[in-house]
Ligand binder design. Structure first.
Ligand code: FAD
Length: 382
């Protein structure tokens, strides 16, 4: 049989090979401990930076490696194979905080914040969600009011990945509340800015190797030069460019699902019942075949969206389909993996129980399944 992704270029296959080596050496051995301690391994960031992984798809002139969206999808799948939590911390930094600075940050912000962030010297977070605003971005209540050559921020953010460890945040705030979605702007806020504080850390069911916080802004004065993009348009502009998030989510789901499949293949060969390995029972064999099929389908949809983006073709529907299919398939696949592991999979030391806790979040973030279905239907003219 041909390799499942034989269509990758020689460079992409080499990237995949080095990533598998990196993940096996640097991530797999610490994944369970970081999960148990709810801790992001900070020492990994400079390593990811020096190997060029943080800047993989950023232009060389901004300190990146000039790679493609497909390169990034390959990277995301491999990181998530090792640890979905670590992959999430990486994702928020690269695909949200750094991507906003790349697309719309001023030269000054790019020089002072983006370049060190791509080297892994500074960690970024994306502060969008609030207690009253999740799927509905128009409900964002954090206010930014212009005051001379400053803006004054007031409000709070919830569920912010990297919040406890970030050096800078890209904050979505309202500059024109009556215009809801069309009145949102983006701001860079540094960790030590007066008026900003981490109000508390949050404990999660899964992806526990990423850290999460609630953030508060109280009369937080930031220079007007920290506005990212256009006032009242920043968030909409970013939304238009950030199909990358959906492609990355599909890649993460493929990685987590592949980890579940690999563990299940080993178990199905080793576990003997009724005098036979359980992988010889047709019910189990068929289930595992379906797992493999769904992973291939997920990866193909993900890579198709990434290639379309790289070729400058419309790819919104493709990105939504990839995200929707891969994340829902991942949840099904991981559930089957745990089922075939029996009680052993249910035990705290089993890697499969971690995958079971990790997988669900990819259906919720970056636009839940319902929002993806809605976008696909809209794209079909409904
Ligand atoms: C692990 C994790 C990490 C996160 N990290 C970040 C981060 O770094 N930064 C950040 O800003 N946010 C982060 N979030 C929050 C994330 O942005 C929100 O979870 C997401 O926007 C969805 O919002 P919500 O959870 O409030 O769900 P809600 O919007 O309240 O949705 C609840 C349910 O209602 C459904 N629903 C909502 N609207 C519709 C509709 N119009 N039609 C049909 N169904 C609908 C949804 O599909 C969902 O099933 C994170 C969340 C998690 C779980």
């Amino acid at each position: 049989m041909a390799e499942p992704d034989f269509y990758l270029s020689d460079e992409q296959r080499e990237l995949q090979r080095s990533l598998r080596e990196f993940v096996a050496k640097e991530i797999a051995p610490i994944a369970a401990q970081c999960d148990a301690e709810e801790r992001f391994p900070l020492a990994l960031f400079p390593k990811l930076g020096s190997l060029g992984y943080l800047g993989l798809r950023f232009p060389e002139e901004l300190g990146g490696a000039g790679g493609s969206n497909l390169d990034y999808a390959v990277l995301c799948e491999e990181l998530a194979y090792g640890s979905a939590g670590i992959a999430l911390g990486f994702y928020v930094h690269t695909a949200l905080a750094c991507a906003a600075l790349e697309a719309f940050g001023s030269e000054m912000l790019q020089r002072e914040w983006l370049a060190p962030a791509l080297r892994g010297e500074r960690i970024g977070a994306w502060a969008f969600a609030e207690a009253g605003a999740g799927s509905d971005a128009g409900a964002i209540a954090t206010r930014a009011v212009a005051d001379g050559n400053h803006y004054v921020l007031n409000g709070s953010k919830l569920f912010i990945t990297n919040g406890p460890i970030a050096d800078f945040l890209v904050v979505v705030a309202s500059t024109a509340p009556e215009q809801r979605l069309k009145g949102l702007s983006l701001f860079l806020v540094e960790r030590d800015r007066a008026g900003f504080r981490v109000a508390g850390t949050l404990s999660k069911l899964g992806v526990r190797a990423s850290e999460m916080a609630e953030l508060v802004f109280e009369d937080c004065r930031i220079p007007a030069t920290h506005l990212i993009g256009r006032e009242n348009r920043g968030f909409l502009d970013v939304l238009r460019t950030l199909t990358l998030g959906r492609i990355a989510s599909a890649a993460f789901a493929s990685g987590v699902a592949r980890a579940a499949l690999d563990a299940t293949l080993v178990h199905a060969r080793e576990r003997v019942q009724f005098g036979q390995p359980i992988g010889s029972f047709q019910a189990v064999r068929f289930g595992i075949a379906d797992m493999a099929l769904q992973i291939e389908a997920s990866r193909l949809l993900c890579h198709r969206a990434a290639i379309a983006a790289d070729r400058g073709l419309p790819h919104g529907r493709e990105a939504s389909m990839a995200k929707l299919y891969a994340t829902e398939a991942c949840t099904r696949i991981v559930e089957r993996a745990l089922h075939y592991h029996g009680a052993a999979g249910f035990m705290a030391e089993s890697p499969v129980q971690r995958l079971y806790r990790d997988c669900k979040v990819f259906e919720l973030g970056e636009g839940s399944s319902e929002l993806q279905r809605d976008m696909i239907a809209r794209d079909l003219g409904l």
